[in-house]
Design a protein around this ligand. Structure first.
Ligand code: UD1
Ligand code: CA
Length: 465
């Protein structure tokens, strides 16, 4: 059985989303819609793939440029049949079938594509259209069958009569057609309809006119063919994909204490025996190891987290790497390029950015480390901050292995603290400190007695004492 070649229509703007970003680039659970369609096609094992681009063509091309795909340009965009026409050179002269689908159906799965191909061959059809039976068919083209049950035509909602609108069988926008039939019917399609567009759906009536039987393949799982036109549909698709991702994590041995409240994007990998509390968002390209604990209110984006890491309540981290056995939070903020070694600790109200914190080092409370390189087994006291910015430029702070930085220290960068040195609490460090030294910079404490009537105590209280 020869595999079909595939055409993805992705040139439309997506007016109904009311967005500056074109429709197929909108993300659903961490991936642009079009990427899901691409993946499903690859898994289904189709032959060549062509994407019809138009709106924001460059961005769409670059999204799928990693795949072995061809492109066709459609400009201006005058409807779905016009889009297929724009890709004529892709299927012209091809001996087999063309699978046509839309870039706005991110829920589609490889199994369903394979099922369609099997049905198309089993029925020996020249044109198969995938249909679905929906309780609420609003917005879709309706599939009109004749009294014998064969598909006769598809009518778009805007062109439909009231009686036709009551029909629950809809066109999913996925078709399998011989390249030959497609090429011969396309030129007959006109734009005589409510939207003044060239409708691909007219292919069906044209095929019937030609005496071809059109097979309507009713999808087993209509959810998979939902076309995303509105923000509400976008949200629904995202929740379905998050649910698929949760199920996959749980099958892989991850505990989700309250699954419905965890949002794992599609490129997230989590190791077994990790426990995820309620209310956690894990997005982008994130990998979390095994035996970790991720507490509530945590947001993790594009991070690489080792094994046995604890991420405590209310932490946010982005583009960070955390080594095995470390503890982060509660309420920590790891900004991009934070790299925490093994068995290290970033505690509550600690913010890091472009910072390397070595193995076994600790910044346990109320600290800012920006543009900072911290060696191993360093202790950074409560309230310490790097002063990395002079209003124009950023500078680096280096703290070498085994240093002890007292509480409430300001490290005015660029500055380097030598190995094994100690910085006294409350110091403002503006110059490098050599190894094995104690640096203290603070005014000596002075004590003056208060006279009667000075200070906060009332004179009555003073009288008693
Ligand atoms: C289309 C079908 C409708 C079906 C529905 C399924 C037509 C006329 N209607 O309607 O019967 O029920 O899909 O979801 O085909 N596109 C282009 N170039 C264009 C226009 C659209 O590439 O000139 C692309 C879009 O980027 C999108 C896809 O084609 O990925 C479908 O277009 P859309 O406008 O969403 O069609 P629907 O109104 O949903
Ligand atoms: Ca659509």
């Amino acid at each position: 059985m020869e595999q079909p070649i595939a055409l993805i229509l992705a040139a439309g703007k997506g007016t109904r989303l009311k967005s500056n970003l074109c429709k197929v680039l909108h993300e659903v659970a961490g991936r642009p819609m079009l990427a899901y369609v691409m993946e499903a096609l690859l898994l289904a094992g189709v032959g060549r793939v062509c994407v019809v681009v138009g709106h924001q063509a460059e961005a769409v091309r670059s999204l799928v440029s990693g795949y072995d795909v061809e492109f066709a340009e459609q400009d201006p965009q005058m409807g779905t049949a016009h889009a297929v026409m724009a890709a004529k050179s892709f299927f012209d002269g091809h001996g087999g079938d063309v699978l046509i689908l839309c870039g706005d159906t991110p829920l589609i799965r490889a199994q369903s594509i394979a099922g369609l191909v099997r049905a198309h061959h089993a029925t020996q059809s020249r044109l198969t259209v995938v249909t679905a039976s929906l309780a609420d068919p609003t917005g879709y083209g309706r599939v009109i069958r004749n009294p014998k049950g064969s598909v006769e035509r598809i009518v778009e909602e805007k062109d439909a009569q009231d009686a036709e609108r009551l029909c629950n069988e809809i066109n999913t926008g996925v078709y399998l057609v011989t390249a030959e039939l497609l090429a011969s019917l396309l030129p007959r399609i006109d734009a005589n309809n409510a939207q003044g567009e060239y409708y691909l759906t007219d292919l069906v009536a044209e095929a019937v006119k030609d005496g071809a039987t059109v097979h309507g393949h009713l999808a087993d799982n209509s959810d998979e063919f939902e076309g995303i036109n509105t923000r509400a549909q976008l949200a629904r698709a995202a929740s379905m994909i998050w649910q698929r991702n949760r199920d996959e994590l749980m099958r892989g041995g991850v505990t989700l204490l309250d699954p419905a409240t965890v949002y794992p994007d599609s490129d997230v990998v989590v190791g077994p025996d990790t426990i995820i509390y309620p209310g956690v968002t894990i997005s982008g390209l994130t990998r979390i190891g095994s035996e970790c604990v991720i507490e509530s209110g945590v947001l993790i984006r594009d991070c690489h987290i080792g094994d046995r890491v604890e991420v405590r309540l209310g932490t946010r981290m982005e583009k960070a790497r955390i080594g095995d056995g470390s503890t982060i939070g509660p309420m920590a903020h790891l900004r991009p390029d934070s790299h925490v070694g093994r068995n290290a600790r970033v505690g509550n109200f600690v913010e890091t950015k472009k910072t390397f914190l070595g193995d076994g080092s600790k910044a346990a409370h109320l600290t800012y480390l920006g543009d900072c390189r911290v060696g191993t087994e360093v202790n950074i006291g409560c309230g310490t901050i790097t002063c990395n910015y002079d209003g124009k430029h950023k500078y680096t702070t280096v703290i070498n292995d085994h240093c002890f930085i007292g509480s409430d220290v300001q490290l005015v960068a660029p500055v380097e603290i030598g190995e094994g040195s100690v910085i006294g609490a409350g110091s403002t460090i503006t110059r490098d400190v050599p190894p094995r030294s104690l640096a203290v910079s603070r005014v000596k404490q002075k004590v003056y007695p208060l006279r009667r009537g000075q200070g906060p105590l009332s004179s009555e209280a003073e009288g008693k004492s």
